[in-house]
Design a protein around this ligand. Structure first.
Ligand SMILES: [Zn+2]
Ligand SMILES: [Zn+2]
Ligand SMILES: [Zn+2]
Length: 128
């Protein structure tokens, strides 16, 4: 599964991120998918209050479908002034054979990973 960064497209209609706080908008993270936390290396400091303090996780929401699919969304906000830095989306989908993870966030970037739920996944042997 190929995931494209949709944040930039979304941002034309709604404010989901602040490019002034970021070093790079939606970097490609390969198969890195964060279910929580912040990618601090991409944070250049709050453009609103000029402080480089902690990033808070706000309004975390986990939506679970009946078929086991999961979507986690939350906002990255400035600890000092509450400025919204970026909105984060993480999805987990369960296929018959695979678990798919994907992440989309202007701060943390985008990535996707697929893990076989079968015990003898030939790709896993290549990895280790
Ligand atoms: Zn900002
Ligand atoms: Zn701030
Ligand atoms: Zn994020």
């Amino acid at each position: 599964m190929k995931v494209k960064c949709t944040i930039i497209i979304i941002n034309h209609t709604q404010s989901v991120m602040c490019k002034d706080c970021l070093k790079e908008i939606c970097p490609n993270r390969g198969n890195v998918c964060l279910e929580t936390g912040s990618y601090l290396l991409n944070y250049s400091g709050c453009a609103s209050c000029k402080s480089l303090s902690f990033i808070l996780i706000k309004e975390k929401n986990v939506a679970e479908e009946e078929n086991g699919d999961e979507t986690v969304t939350y906002n990255h906000t400035c600890n000092e002034c509450g400025h919204l830095i970026a909105s984060h989306e993480y999805t987990f989908t369960l296929d018959e054979e695979f678990q798919e993870y994907s992440m989309n966030c202007a701060l943390c970037g985008y990535g996707s990973d697929t893990v076989s739920i079968l015990p003898d996944d030939p790709r896993e042997k290549q990895l280790f």
